[in-house]
Ligand binder design. Structure first.
Ligand code: ADP
Ligand code: MG
Length: 608
């Protein structure tokens, strides 16, 4: 009998399987799982390896001294980085204002008129619809009394733009309901005598006229050419409760493409260039053309270049290699949006700009893993060897799922990479490792919702949402209602919350539940459905994924409450049956690589 441990060092977790090898059979004893320490493939991993191993041994009432052999994975390529690159920007020239969304506007409705400073209103001779401008030094009492006087004297006051946060205060003190937008910080940039439209939606509503290009065109009598130009304005206003649009004589809003530089894909047979601002699908097409890929480079001096070269530099530093010896083997580009401050805006307006998100993967280095093995061997005094490559091991582990048989394909959906492997009826294995997995989904959620909080984004990814509708009930994202005996924490009232392990975590942004859910789901699709199809195509013997019958889903991301369904549905279109694996009948989709490392030891012996 021999006691051996298989240890899988992943980007996110380090998993262990401990087994007794008897003459005739393998008896799995226990398993361990801890967070990976340091970046995968570096010496910092030893810490995590050690605790994962100890956890498993403890569960099996065993000691390190009892071990005969430890086998670690030949790490699949290390993920360098996920990064974003904005490819459009909205610039406002002159003083056209767009997309302002103060937290508490006053009044309600649409008002269109010509701007006038409240201080000059008494001097006014001609009668025309007016929008009053109320600068900081005019307090709400003075402002509301002057507006009221003007209304009583017969002036047509259509709305107000206020520098202070006084919208509601002014609204409560005047005799007519007009839309009032406040917190306009750069109010001095709003000139007098220009035509302006203000819209404030009722509580819970969103602006409807100013978020529609034809609505703006109607109010300002624009021709078709001008209407085209204001499309970015309308787009930026979608979903706001209030908005102001000012037409200045020369004022102009442009959407500009930012030149982001080229990516050079160096394939074995073909070399091609692609501009990053062409978007994700074009980048992925070029990548496909160049398979098999030797290296991917970014144009020096550009943002794209910086992004890819940073990955190379970081990996070089971590592994004490020269940057030139680090090869980028794959990348996944995904179209995304980033909320960005509008250049030239008057009140810190944001606009959703197009961006490309990229996950890059560096070619694995067996020597690196050998170094970790040697170091570990010294530390624990047990023989340590580098087992086979990850996806090969994963499929051996997957075959311990009850009811599975060859031929079989697997998708191992981890944190950094999506790995695929296919085993034929006679045991031949073909594997592939691709950039982009759970970490990228988290990044997309984080940036598209403007959270700037990775942990919160990770929770949004993993758990379902609800809206707290009263202090005694919530509405789940599927529409069902749940009532509570005891009053809920007032902090969560009227908020969209994450339902995490019995707790409600409020999401501190002003987005609807539907929007958050949509960002969550499409992020998962853009990463995992894309990669599932890409990876399976590469491992299928014919290049046609329809030739694959069964796919077992593995890895931490296969635990997700919707990723397996999204992948299963998309594969069903190719006639493929897929589902979550259950390693050794007890581990669910986890521990496949660690289990495979143990099993492949046994196979190695048979071949000797
Ligand atoms: P690796 O092999 O790269 O270490 P894992 O197989 O451990 O990766 O998977 C880690 C990924 O799985 C992370 O992106 C993490 O967010 C995700 N994950 C872990 N648990 C869950 C869960 N319960 N639901 C959804 N995603 C999960
Ligand atoms: Mg893994």
């Amino acid at each position: 009998m021999k006691l051996i441990a298989g240890i899988d060092i992943g980007n996110a977790t380090t998993e262990t399987a401990v087994a007794k090898i008897h003459d005739e059979r393998i008896e799995f004893i226990s398993s361990g799982i801890v967070e990976t320490t340091g970046i995968k493939g570096t010496i910092e991993n030893i810490h995590g390896i050690f605790s994962s191993l100890n956890q498993a041994l403890k569960k099996g009432k065993l000691d390190i001294k009892d071990l005969d052999l430890v086998r670690i994975n030949e790490a699949a390529p290390v993920i360098g980085d996920v990064a974003m690159e904005t490819i459009t920007e909205t610039i406002i020239t002159e003083s056209t204002m767009i997309g302002h969304n103060p937290s508490t506007p006053g009044g309600v409705g649409l008002g269109v008129g010509y701007t006038i400073n409240i201080k000059n209103i008494k001097k006014l001779k001609e009668k025309k619809p007016l929008i009053v401008i109320i600068p900081k030094d005019v307090d709400f009492l003075e402002a509301s009394s002057n507006i009221d006087k003007a209304i009583r004297s017969g002036l047509d006051i259509q709305g107000a733009i206020v520098q202070n946060d006084d919208g509601v205060l002014i609204n409560n003190r005047i005799s007519r309901v007009i839309p009032i937008v406040d917190e306009v910080s750069l109010i001095e940039k709003v000139h007098e005598g220009v035509k302006t439209a203000i819209e404030v939606a009722p509580v819970g509503g969103v602006v409807e006229i100013l978020s529609n290009p034809f609505g703006i065109a109607t109010e300002f009598s624009l021709d078709s050419q001008e209407t085209k130009m204001i499309v970015p304005i309308a787009r930026a206003l979608i979903g706001n409760r209030s908005a102001v649009v000012i037409k200045t004589p020369k004022g102009d809003v442009k959407e500009r493409k930012i030149p982001s530089g080229k990516i050079n894909v160096l394939g074995k047979r073909r070399k091609m260039n692609i501009e990053v601002d062409e978007g994700a699908s074009e980048i992925m097409n070029v990548l496909k053309e160049c398979i098999p890929i030797e290296d991917i480079k970014g144009e020096p001096g550009t943002n794209a270049g910086g992004m890819l070269e940073k990955v190379r530099q970081v990996m070089a530093n971590l592994t004490n290699n020269h940057p030139n010896s680090i090869k980028i083997q794959d990348l996944l580009a995904v179209d995304t949006f980033v909320p960005q401050k509008v250049k030239g805006g008057l009140a810190g307006e944001f606009s959703m700009e197009n961006a490309v998100g990229i996950a890059a993967m560096v070619k694995s280095d067996k020597l690196q893993m050998q170094m970790i093995a040697n170091e570990l061997e010294k530390d624990i005094g047990v023989e340590v060897e580098v087992g086979g490559i990850e996806a090969d091991m994963a499929i051996r582990g997957a075959l311990t799922t009850p009811g599975s048989d060859t031929p079989l394909a697997i998708l191992d959906m981890g944190a950094g990479s999506t790995d695929a492997s296919l085993i034929s009826r006679d045991g031949e294995i073909k594997s592939m490792h691709l950039a982009g997995a759970g970490n990228m989904v988290t990044m997309l959620i984080n940036t598209e919702l403007g959270l700037e909080d990775k942990d919160l984004a990770e929770d949004i990814k993993k758990y379902s949402l609800a809206k707290v509708e009263s202090l005694f009930h919530i509405r789940h994202e599927d529409g069902s209602v749940e009532f509570f005996e005891n009053q809920l924490d007032p902090k969560v009232f009227a908020r969209v919350v994450i339902l995490k392990e019995g707790n409600m975590i409020p999401i501190p942004i002003n987005e609807s539940l539907e929007k958050i859910k949509m960002v969550r789901k499409t992020s998962k699709e853009r990463v995992f459905v894309t990669n599932a199809i890409r990876a399976l195509k590469m491992v299928s013997t014919t290049g046609n994924i329809r030739d694959i019958d069964y796919v077992a889903l593995l890895g931490g991301s296969a635990l997700d409450f919707e990723i397996p369904q999204l992948v299963t549905n998309s594969l069903a279109q190719y006639g493929i049956v897929s589902g979550r694996a259950n390693i050794r009948g007890i581990e669910g989709p986890r521990n496949a690589v660690a289990t495979g490392l143990v099993l492949s030891y046994e196979e190695g012996k048979e071949n000797e």
